[in-house]
Design a protein. Structure first.
Length: 161
């Protein structure tokens, strides 16, 4: 496993852009909430710690990961500088996992191609719940933190081009 014994959530705050005026929408799946709540907590904490005003962060909840695409599209047009999509799909006994993962991945990719507001992909696609817990505040850090840092960097990139 590529992430064994690695904390994925370390970052250099001094290397990040001034984000005092950044506006960020976060769309979170309620499915696998034990995992997505941890990812959301990591993202929110990081954004505020890096200077984003709490008033400039709006959280929207949707039933599952597939619904992230539609919600992110709507949030893109609400005046935000970036959208973070947070979800978790865990492998089961059927092909449902493959279709949902592919659909969400392609949907977020399409939103990034079609629109000017970056959409950050923070959807865990793990083989079991423990792997997801390990990446949502466990031994491998918190992918929500990484998504927050990515959002800040992409907003800065978007403004500079």
């Amino acid at each position: 496993m590529a992430t064994a014994n690695t904390n994925l959530s370390n970052y250099d705050k001094t290397a990040l852009p001034n984000s005092a005026d950044f506006k960020i929408g976060i769309v979170v799946s309620e499915w696998n909430s034990e995992v997505t709540d941890g990812l959301l907590e990591g993202a929110l904490h990081t954004l505020v710690e890096c200077g984003v005003s709490k008033e400039n962060i709006t959280v929207y909840k949707v039933p599952g990961s597939f619904e992230l695409i539609y919600a992110a599209k709507k949030v893109q047009s609400s005046g935000v500088d970036a959208v973070i999509t947070i979800g978790c799909v865990i492998q089961g006994e059927t092909k449902h996992f493959d279709y949902v993962c592919a659909g969400v991945t392609q949907g977020v990719k399409d939103l990034n191609i079609q629109n000017d507001v970056p959409v950050i992909f923070c959807v865990l696609t793990d083989n079991n719940k423990q792997q997801s817990l390990d990446r949502s505040g466990g031994k491998h850090g918190n992918k929500g933190v990484e998504a927050a840092i990515t959002a800040l960097k992409m907003i800065d990139f978007n403004r500079s081009v």
